[in-house]
Design a binder for this molecule. Structure first.
Ligand SMILES: C[C@H](N)C(=O)N[C@H](CCC(=O)O)C(=O)O
Ligand SMILES: [Mg+2]
Length: 362
């Protein structure tokens, strides 16, 4: 199976409401879409979101990396030996994980199609559905309460509250939402690196003393400050989840070696796709650290890819794959479908994506 063409395009999808975290506020989901075409006419899809504040990748840098660096390496490639293809692809570029992820995803889509397997079966086939939390944007407490109640009506029972925009009000945000939704609903919080190490410990102690029953606290401190993450993890009883601190398998190794977090958030856009995500998962599993499958605010292409991986693997015990609930439109035909808090994979080979409407191919 030979790849004969690589097309990329852009897509802009409206949101139900602005997406606000301590790192960024966005009003649209914008993605680069990748389409790999084989000699026999098979199409592999991939996508990447410009999350400059997280990955350092912009629309321009993603398209430039794909067109100038990755495309010349892919055209004419025979997809018979996936390990050989992936090891060469991932050795060819450093950083640029969003671009790598989009290409890696599209290649695996083709490879699984050539084997006539849905991707989740190719990767292990543990289950064909996963449950997702839904993210509540960082807003004044009354707005977060209103958004949380809408999420419950929509069938969610696991809320991830974005904090850290104005840390003085973070406790009020969590107290207000917990009071509104009751004790049966799961709540986690994501500070997206906004707190210092001691501030994190003080904050988490207050959450614990107030009995707010928080599942885990995600990325309280700066991504590179592993010693701060370790300090927080060692000084609270609530589980700490490393997100922006883990891009590569080496990052995961550092976290696992020091037990600097209780959980790791794997995102294809941080890892550079399935190839490296698999290594992170295997490392974490060997170290007894559980994994959550996450995603950026991005289209249903990447969310479908992440859902296949999460469904395939037993040691992915949680999912934060909520963009289908956050986007006002879904231009992706096929792929994963969301009903309440359940994401179900279809049995079509590969990612199961048939087409994407409204892509402006460059
Ligand atoms: C979309 C997902 N629920 C989420 O919250 N991901 C964020 C980063 C998303 C972004 O800024 O695009 C996270 O886990 O930090
Ligand atoms: Mg996060």
């Amino acid at each position: 199976m030979k790849i004969v063409d690589v097309k990329i395009g852009k897509i802009k999808i409206p949101l139900k409401r602005p997406f606000k975290t301590a790192l960024r506020t966005v009003y649209f989901a914008e993605d680069i879409i990748v389409k790999l075409i084989t000699q026999s006419g098979l199409i592999g899809f991939g996508s990447a979101a410009p999350t400059f504040a997280i990955t350092g990748d912009s629309l321009d840098s993603i398209s430039s990396c794909i067109l100038n660096e990755l495309k010349p390496r892919i055209i004419g490639l025979e997809l018979t030996n996936i390990e050989c293809v992936m090891s060469k692809l991932h050795a060819s570029v450093v950083n640029n994980t969003s671009a790598l992820s989009a290409i890696d995803m599209a290649i695996y889509d083709l490879y699984a199609q050539s084997l006539n397997l849905p991707l989740y079966k190719f990767f292990g086939g543990y289950r064909n559905l996963v449950f997702t939390s839904v993210t509540i944007s960082a807003n004044p407490p009354d707005v977060m309460v209103a958004d949380a109640l809408v999420a419950l009506e929509d069938g969610f029972s696991d809320l991830k509250l974005k904090l850290g925009v104005d840390p003085n009000y973070d406790l009020d945000r969590v107290k207000a939402v917990r009071a509104a939704v009751g004790n049966l609903i799961k709540i986690s919080v994501d500070a997206n690196q906004a707190w210092g190490a001691k501030e994190s410990v003080r904050m988490i102690h207050k959450l614990e003393q107030l009995g707010l029953n928080i599942e885990f606290v995600e990325q309280p401190v700066k991504a590179k400050h592993i010693e701060d993450l370790l300090y927080v993890t060692q000084n609270v009883t609530t589980d700490i989840l490393a997100d922006e601190s883990v891009f590569s398998p080496y990052d995961a190794f550092q976290i696992c070696k020091q037990k600097a977090a209780d959980l790791i958030n794997i995102k294809l856009a941080k890892a550079g796709g399935f190839y490296q995500a698999t290594k992170i998962l295997n490392l974490a599993e060997s170290a007894g650290i559980e994994c959550l499958m996450g995603c950026m605010l991005e289209s249903q292409v990447a969310v479908t890819a992440a859902a296949h991986f999460a469904a395939a693997k037993k040691s992915i015990v949680r999912c934060d794959l909520d963009p289908p609930a956050l986007l006002a439109e879904n231009p992706v035909i096929g792929g994963v479908s969301l009903d309440g808090n359940v994401l179900t994979l279809n049995e079509t080979a590969g990612l199961g994506i048939k087409d994407i409407i409204g892509v402006q191919y460059l």
